[in-house]
Design a protein around this ligand. Structure first.
Ligand SMILES: Cc1cc2nc3c(=O)[nH]c(=O)nc-3n(C[C@H](O)[C@H](O)[C@H](O)COP(=O)(O)OP(=O)(O)OC[C@H]3O[C@@H](n4cnc5c(N)ncnc54)[C@H](O)[C@@H]3O)c2cc1C
Length: 327
């Protein structure tokens, strides 16, 4: 591993002061599980690490919602009574991340900002778009876990489990940099790859840190969160979904349907939301909405199976939100 300096700032301002205006030169480190692995694999070689795991890790009420410190551990998110009560899909996503060891070490900021798990990106031999190269290796390579929505030019899937319910609940991220704070909606934070901006997955600038996640009052929504994995632990989901329903009696007044592990960003499906609006939730309407969510899927050579997996996740998240039997 390349030698690097380690800065242990006393507060968020000092943390920002230790960053750099150049990407990859100085990086915040939370639990270090993603960052240190990338450094050991020569994918990321910063000159300086800036410890952010001693910054705010509390949960405080804010305007009827909650403000979560980015240094909070996932195990604490999963266990927090107010998060569980107001945002059950956030707690459900947190408790399924990896393993108890990963949840004990991983922070909210690190989870949301972890880099893609694509094996071409993670292998120094493959100089892909994300590392300044001129191609994505997945369309003609091993692509069984890659994107089925979004259409490239890279086919990574966003790796964060928390990002999906954060988009569904319309969370705002507080970012701090030398120019002050920025509040960015989760839905605007994650960026689709384009030829002009293919290397990064979000709008965080190299001299900024994420300090908080602000969740607005949830209102009277019912939520469902369903993840499909090869194995129960120690892996990322193949596909998953968070669904929020606002009901008028037994009729869906409004829905939020967001899928994970299917695209380079948490993928909101307005098609599925429209399919649910004005209907009662039944096994049939759940299937129809799930069909709508995946209608535009364009699988690669080895991941067509993910289309049905993602449909199942959406269908079960809808049924779960409506309090109907899931499987
Ligand atoms: C076997 C296995 C299974 C896993 N399964 C899942 C899963 O199911 N779901 C899931 O979501 N994850 C999963 N993970 C990934 C794991 O959850 C992440 O690696 C972890 O959440 C990262 O958190 P961390 O605090 O250790 O991040 P770090 O490694 O410290 O940081 C990750 C990245 O975020 C940046 N960063 C950290 N904090 C901040 C901040 N405050 N502001 C801005 N940038 C910041 C760092 O610079 C770095 O680039 C799994 C990992 C393993 C090994």
């Amino acid at each position: 591993m390349k030698p690097f300096a380690y800065v242990n700032p006393a507060n968020e301002k000092d943390a920002v002061a230790a960053l750099s205006p150049e990407y990859e030169k100085a990086l915040p480190i939370g639990g270090g599980q993603d960052l240190l692995a990338r450094m050991k694999d020569y994918i990321t070689q910063p000159d300086r690490l800036v410890n952010v795991k001693n910054l705010d890790a509390t949960v405080k009420p804010e305007n009827g919602g909650l403000r979560i410190g980015a240094a909070m551990k996932m195990v604490d998110v999963a266990d927090h009574p107010e998060i569980k009560r107001l945002y059950p899909a956030v707690a459900a996503a947190a408790i399924q991340v990896g393993t108890p060891q990963i949840r004990n070490q991983g922070t909210v900021g690190g989870n949301v900002n972890q880099r893609p798990r694509c094996w071409y990106f993670r292998n120094e031999e493959f100089v892909c778009y994300k590392k300044g190269g001129n191609r994505c290796f997945s369309p003609s390579g091993e692509n069984q876990f890659h994107a089925i929505l979004g259409g490239g030019p890279t086919y990574i899937v966003h790796p964060s489990s928390l990002a999906v319910p954060f988009v569904a609940y319309d969370a705002t991220f507080r970012l701090l940099g030398p120019r002050g704070e920025r509040l960015v909606k989760a839905a605007d934070y994650f960026t689709m790859p384009t030829r002009e901006n293919v290397e990064r997955e979000n709008v965080l600038q190299p001299d900024e840190i994420m300090t908080h996640v602000v969740l607005p009052p949830p209102g009277a929504v019912k939520s469902g969160h369903y993840e499909v994995r090869y194995k129960a632990a120690h892996d990322w989901p193949i596909a998953f979904a968070t669904v929020l329903l606002s009901m008028n009696g037994s009729t869906v007044q409004g829905a939020r349907v967001v899928m994970g592990a299917v695209a380079p960003v948490p993928w909101r499906s307005k098609e599925a939301e429209q399919a649910l609006a004005g209907k009662s939730v039944t096994p049939e309407t759940a299937v129809a909405a799930a069909e709508a969510a995946l209608a535009k899927a364009e699988p690669l050579s080895q991941n067509a199976y993910k289309v049905q997996v993602a449909r199942t996740a959406v269908e079960r998240a809808i049924l779960g939100a409506a309090g109907l039997p899931v499987d």
